[in-house]
Design a protein around this ligand. Structure first.
Ligand SMILES: *[C@@H]1O[C@H](CO)[C@@H](O)[C@H](O)[C@H]1NC(C)=O
Ligand SMILES: *[C@@H]1O[C@H](CO)[C@@H](O)[C@H](O)[C@H]1NC(C)=O
Ligand SMILES: *[C@@H]1O[C@H](CO)[C@@H](O)[C@H](O)[C@H]1NC(C)=O
Ligand SMILES: CC(=O)N[C@H]1CO[C@H](CO)[C@@H](O)[C@@H]1O
Ligand SMILES: [Zn+2]
Length: 496
């Protein structure tokens, strides 16, 4: 909130003319702040009482001078703009340890994972996306989806419903702490009331049973983003592959790049994106192949997100984003456009898309968000091949790098907490976000930029996605049936 003058700044202004006395200036400034804030609050609040409360909070912030100590300043800024984490796997932890019995553990105490209320509060969290992930069918012993052309019945939709149910049960169980916030506005409001907002995210197109009906139903249950693929190709798009825990006798196969199935988005995937635009569900391209991500940027009418991905230019890994795509996002800002020299970036002009004109392609949705993944696998390795290394400054390197190429207004946080067993030093759990914000302030990020990183950028993207949905609200739902499905057809004669 650097834009708003603090009371102390106003008060120390020295002028000679009498009406300009410091005290008078302060009174005028304060009056203006209260007036403007109340107007803004009335717009965002349901009742006058809420508007007054919100105004009181805003005035308190405006009156509190910001510390020049980076650590204290980080905590102050984060109280105003708490962290919304784009990817938390609490529901996977619930499934793994407790078979989804949410009475069997207590988020009010320290859990076996990386997420609980005391640590969320310490980390200045404002909530998170509950990932309702279930693994790719082949990870659970089903035939490869490709061989079966995505028409083999699996339990993916049932299991996704179980994960959604678990998220909703957890939110209900702790209704004094959690709140299911289905719009950006509700989330902002929940954070102002000191509650943890939340939306759901489906982590792969393999979770829809090759049916657009699932997407609509998931939306109704609180899902506000869907990742187009996990580590397997989906009926929607190609994945970048990669297996986190490959079997020791099959290491090469596990890490070999996947042969493309669709060469980016499938026809069905394009239809699905349009349907997600119509509903107001964010299109997430973490885990997808670069071609899929590129296609989605060209095709989605609303902004696209990478819910948990880092930069290949800092750490060359198939799960991270190529320089050319980061530069393409950077060109959304007219002052950056055309000033590209890929060979000076981390991939030295040899990365994906470097010579296919990727940077010059438009981004139809007009905005993009990249949320930093904390999993050491995607952060850094020792150059001598002795394994992973990760700490808060190495994660900040990704933030700086993505900020330099794409723009700091496109960076957020998608830690993957509760879904990762290794963590960076200094970012061990949700209580540690302030370490990252402190580091970025030390590196010269402005107050506004770090408040964008913690949740401002995400809320801006969400609002744009909601605006697109409002524009498309007169469009009909999509009825496309996935190719090869023989069970859902129009008949001429009545059912026998
Ligand atoms: C691009 O960067 C490379 C590596 O830093 C440099 O050698 C080259 O001269 C630069 N090209 C332009 C056109 O600036
Ligand atoms: C993080 O690791 C890098 C590389 O090992 C090191 O140079 C840096 O000092 C570390 N930073 C912190 C905060 O430990
Ligand atoms: C998909 O696989 C099923 C089962 O093997 C087969 O019956 C069907 O014809 C295939 N569809 C396409 C489009 O290949
Ligand atoms: C790698 C692979 O097996 N690709 C196949 C996936 O399925 C389609 C349609 O059945 C085939 O055309 C591909 O060759
Ligand atoms: Zn993931």
């Amino acid at each position: 909130m650097k834009e708003l003058p603090t009371y102390s700044e106003v008060g120390t202004t020295r002028r000679n003319s009498s009406w300009c006395s410091p005290r008078r200036l302060a009174a005028i400034g304060l009056g203006a702040v209260i007036g403007l804030q109340t107007l803004a609050a009335v717009k965002d609040s349901d009742t006058v009482a809420e508007a007054v409360y919100d105004t009181a909070v805003d005035v308190k912030w405006a009156l509190t001078p910001l510390s020049s100590c980076p650590r204290k300043r980080a905590l102050q800024l984060m109280s105003r703009q708490p962290v919304i984490d784009g990817h938390v796997d609490l529901e996977i932890l619930s499934r793994w340890y407790y078979a989804n019995d949410v009475e069997a553990f207590d988020l009010r105490k320290e859990t076996r994972g990386q997420v609980d209320f005391p640590r969320m509060r310490e980390g200045r969290m404002g909530g998170f996306f509950h990932s309702v992930f279930v693994p790719c069918p082949e990870d659970d012993g089903f035939d490869s989806q490709n061989q079966s052309n995505f028409t083999t019945p699996t339990w993916r939709v049932r299991d996704t419903l179980e994960q959604i149910d678990t998220a909703r049960l957890l939110i209900d169980k702790y209704s004094d702490e959690f709140s299911l916030t289905l719009t950006a506005k509700e989330w902002r409001k929940a954070m102002k009331r000191g509650k943890f907002g939340g939306m759901l995210g489906v982590e792969g197109g393999h979770q829809i049973g090759s049916s657009l009906s699932s997407i609509r139903t998931y939306f109704d249950l609180g899902v506000r983003y869907m990742t187009l693929t996990h580590t397997c190709h989906s009926p929607l798009a190609d994945s970048c592959g990669y297996v986190e825990h490959p079997s020791p006798d099959d290491l090469d196969a596990a890490n070999a790049p996947l042969k493309p199935r669709w060469n980016g988005l499938s026809h069905f995937g394009r239809t699905a994106i349009r349907e997600m635009n119509r509903l107001g569900m964010m299109v997430d391209v973490s885990h997808t192949s670069p071609k899929t991500a590129s296609d989605a940027l060209s095709h989605s009418l609303a902004p696209v997100i990478f819910s948990h991905s880092n930069a290949r230019g800092v750490h060359s890994h198939s799960r991270n984003i190529p320089d050319a795509i980061l530069r393409r996002i950077g060109s959304l800002n007219p002052s950056r456009r055309g000033k590209f020299n890929l060979s000076s970036d981390g991939e030295e002009g040899r990365g994906w898309g470097a010579d296919s004109g990727e940077v010059d392609k438009p981004v139809l949705g007009g905005d993009v968000l990249i949320m930093l993944n904390f999993s050491p696998t995607f952060v850094s390795e020792w150059s001598d091949g002795s394994g992973l290394r990760s700490n808060v400054s190495l994660v900040a390197d990704h933030a700086d790098y993505i900020g330099r190429l794409a723009g700091r207004e496109h960076v957020g946080i998608g830690s993957d907490f509760d879904g990762i067993d290794a963590v960076p030093e200094g970012l061990e759990d949700v209580s540690k976000y302030p370490n990252l914000v402190t580091e970025l302030l030390r590196r010269g990020w402005s107050d506004k930029e770090v408040m964008g990183l913690t949740s401002g950028n995400l809320l801006r993207i969400l609002e744009k996605v909601e605006r697109t949905a409002r524009k498309l609200r007169h469009e009909k739902p999509a009825y496309e049936i996935f190719e090869g499905r023989t069970d859902l057809v129009k008949h001429d004669s009545p059912p026998s």
